[in-house]
Write a protein that binds this ligand. Structure first.
Ligand code: CA
Length: 222
């Protein structure tokens, strides 16, 4: 799950990004409307968290352009302005939910999860592979009805492998999907996460095979 956060208050943006990353989401952050418009035009995100009061292009215009491009991702609007006309305009422009500042981080995360569930078919939320069941919104994995405890990073690795079910995922693809732009990630760190995940999946009979020079392949053991 990849989120774009558009917020010009750096301290608030930092807090939101950290919280969501700890919950296992990849978060990219931009601080202006122009950057948001560019990022949305050229990347694919699962959800947008959008502040309305932004320098340059304001949030409502970012939203209007997004919907004009027929991009349907769910949008959660953040605003200090809780005036009725802002809410109405935002909804007219295609926002899915609102949060008025100040808010608590757990409430933001709850809204994000609710929007992701609403935006997807039930079948999309849960990915099943062999004995594994992955609730992509609740960020929980079970094998044969037993919970497997995975870190946020391990969950992200598994999610990418599952999305490409049955095909090889390159190391670059893994890194790209696991981390936001402003996180420095070494191949080494990524490999450590793959290694840990492999050990945790082993008892369930699911293997992550290393394909030399190509990447990784998820497979069930015969
Ligand atoms: Ca602002």
């Amino acid at each position: 799950m990849r989120l774009l956060l558009v917020e010009d208050d750096e301290i608030l943006a930092d807090g939101i990004s950290k919280g969501l990353r700890q919950s296992g989401f990849a978060v990219d952050h931009v601080a202006s409307g122009i950057d948001a418009d560019q990022a949305l035009s050229s990347n694919s995100f699962d959800l947008l968290i959008l502040d309305l009061g932004l320098p340059g292009l304001d949030g409502l215009e970012v939203l209007r352009r997004l919907r004009a491009r027929k991009q349907l991702l769910p949008v959660l609007v953040l605003t200090a302005r809780d005036r009725l006309e802002d809410r109405v305009a935002g909804l007219d422009f295609g926002a899915d939910d609102y949060l008025t500042k100040p808010f608590d981080l757990p409430e933001l995360e709850a809204r994000v999860r609710a929007l992701m569930r609403r935006g997807r078919q039930a079948a999309d939320v849960e990915v099943v592979y062999g004995p594994l069941r992955f609730d992509t919104v609740g960020r929980r994995v079970t094998a044969n009805d037993q919970a497997i405890e995975l870190s946020a990073r391990e969950l992200a690795v598994l999610e990418v492998l599952l999305q490409r079910g049955g095909s090889v995922v390159s190391k670059e693809q893994l890194i790209e999907h696991m981390y936001g732009w402003d996180e420095e990630v070494s191949h080494n760190a990524m490999e450590v996460n793959v290694h840990r995940l492999r050990k945790k999946l082993e008892p369930a009979g699911v293997n992550i095979r290393t394909i030399r020079g190509l990447g990784y392949l998820l497979e069930t053991k015969p």
